[in-house]
Design a protein around this ligand. Structure first.
Ligand code: BYC
Ligand code: FE
Ligand code: FE
Length: 472
């Protein structure tokens, strides 16, 4: 397995594509379809070059190269992390056996389904973010948007490679379908709910990259544990790219909170809308929305699908190899909090293996708390007493045991009327959305920034904030 990437072929890769003519031809047949999709469904803003990173190696050090590139000329390619010849299955009924280099017939359908669901989210996010380039708050942010977009495009390539290389004709058909479904389409929507929502403004973009890309991190983390080695190695490399997407979200929200805090102090009022800032309660409502649609992405708390994937070795737990148990979970149990119709909570003991989606969601929630802490620290440093909080995991849910119940952000089970009355305090209202949208005016001058967000502390790859990240 060459660590270096072959950039001479049409499709950059480190999987020796040139040695498999059939596969190479099939992927070269898909490539123009991808390019058409990008032209039609990708970013609408045209540029003369964006300062982007491109993968040049999959090793630990210096895997990326930075330069201005014309976005449609970006070299989307197929990069898998290095193979560990001694790798063994870490969990489930095949624990201890060597990992698989081919798809076992009995798991074909399940693996294909997991890869299709993962693949479907990647282009969906590009579609959701299609218009954001028209209103970027700075060239720095515009560059980050394009970076995220091209890498989500590459993640689609990553899944399409697996479909083409290991799933035959059905896999090729699924690869086509990934370009035919579209975010928000009434006839052929994306598979998972969060990927049919609009990302209509930059606060939504920062929240999406914080909360929804972070679901990506956790799901990829479980697929990285897979016994199907090519999937594992693909996800391992995707996770490397993913870190930047979450950086964009974390620091994006930081900068909005920072700017709002400055305006609150400067004008000595929480009501900073008239001063061109985003009020903290609006930020909290955005947070509530993006967090809860992202919780839905973990599926139902009790899941026989997840249990079967685990037993088969297809999808593990977060940090599976660091867990100190038997990695089979046949006689373990765990508690599940359930909302009851009488408005009280009860806790039910269940087999741990049925609660794997809940387990993963728990890891995710703990990680989300770190964002809340940092944003509250910004407020604390500014002497502002307002505090952000994650809502209760039962709040505003459309998937799983809490859907069908009305649960407030503090976890109280309420009736329909109380829910309807509270909604406007808990979720973005039409006025909130219209207001945030009204702030979205492009700032394309070098070193300048919009009124509602603070500049970043640092630029990209050691460049200053006022670097010409995008040629327009
Ligand atoms: N929407 O047993 P259950 C990313 C369905 S994000 C609609 O609870 P399971 C990214 C489910 O299909 C990461 N339907 O679910 C981020 C099932 O249907 P069937 C994406 C849903 O299978 C930002 C039924 O309900 N990767 O990478 O345990 C930018 C019962 O389901 C939903 C993955 O998700 C939903 N939210 O868990 C770019 C990894 N949830 O079988 C990219 C692959 C459930 O009854 N996917 N259903 O017809 C999986 O591991 C699992 O399929 C899920 C669901 C975690 C999604
Ligand atoms: Fe991705
Ligand atoms: Fe991402």
């Amino acid at each position: 397995m060459p660590e270096k990437i072959d950039y001479d072929s049409k499709i950059p890769n480190n999987v020796d594509l040139a040695d498999d003519r059939r596969l190479q031809r099939a992927l070269e047949g898909w490539q123009p379809k991808f390019m058409n999709w990008w032209a039609e469904m990708g970013p609408t803003l045209e540029t003369q070059g964006v300062y982007l990173r491109t993968a040049v190696s999959v090793g630990r050090e210096g895997w990326a190269h930075f330069d201005h590139v014309n976005v449609p000329d970006y070299r989307w390619g197929i990069f898998l992390s290095e193979r560990d010849p001694d790798r063994r299955i870490a969990f489930g009924q095949h624990k201890g056996e060597p990992v698989w280099q081919q798809v076992p017939g009995e798991y074909r359908a399940d693996l294909q389904r997991l890869i299709v669901i993962q693949g479907d989210t990647e282009p969906a996010s590009v579609e959701q973010q299609k218009l954001l380039g028209l209103t970027a708050p700075s060239l720095y942010d515009l560059r980050n948007l394009f970076q995220v977009n091209v890498e989500e495009g590459r993640h689609l390539w990553a899944m399409v490679y697996l479909l083409h290389a290991y799933f035959g004709r059905e896999g090729r058909e699924e690869a086509e379908a990934l370009l035919h479904r579209n975010s928000g389409s009434p006839d052929a929507p994306r598979i998972l709910g969060a990927f049919n929502e609009e990302t209509a403004d930059w606060l939504a973009f920062y929240m999406f990259t914080y909360f929804t890309d972070r679901d990506g991190k956790y799901q990829l983390g479980t697929l990285k544990e897979s016994a199907f080695d090519p999937l594992s190695r693909t996800c391992e490399f995707m996770l490397k790219e993913e870190a930047h997407h979450m950086f964009v979200g974390t620091t994006g929200v930081d900068r909005v909170v920072q700017r709002s805090a400055e305006l609150i102090r400067e004008h000595d009022t929480m009501d900073i809308a008239s001063h061109g800032g985003i009020p903290l309660d609006v930020i909290q409502r955005y947070l509530n929305f993006h967090y809860t649609v992202s919780l839905d992405l973990f599926g139902s708390e009790t899941s026989t699908n997840a249990a079967n994937y685990y037993t088969a070795g297809l999808k593990g737990r977060w940090m599976e190899t660091r867990r100190k148990d038997d990695h089979q979970l046949l006689d373990d149990s765990a508690m599940l909090p359930l909302p009851r119709d009488d408005g009280t909570w009860e806790s039910e003991e269940m087999q741990r293996i049925l609660l794997l989606n809940l387990d993963l969601r728990g890891e995710y929630i703990a990680d989300c708390e770190s964002g809340i802490k940092r944003w509250n620290r910004i407020l604390d440093d500014a002497g502002i007493s307002f505090r952000f909080a994650l809502p209760h995991p039962g709040f505003n849910r459309h998937v799983g045991i809490n859907s069908g119940h009305h649960i407030t952000p503090d976890g109280t089970i309420v009736d329909e009327q109380t829910w309807q009355d509270g909604r406007k305090h808990w979720l973005p209202t039409d006025e909130d959305l219209a207001f945030v949208r009204s702030l979205m005016r492009p700032v394309y001058e070098r070193g300048k920034i919009a009124s509602w967000v603070a500049p970043p502390r640092q630029g990209i790859n050691g460049k200053p904030f006022d670097y010409e990240y995008v040629y327009l």
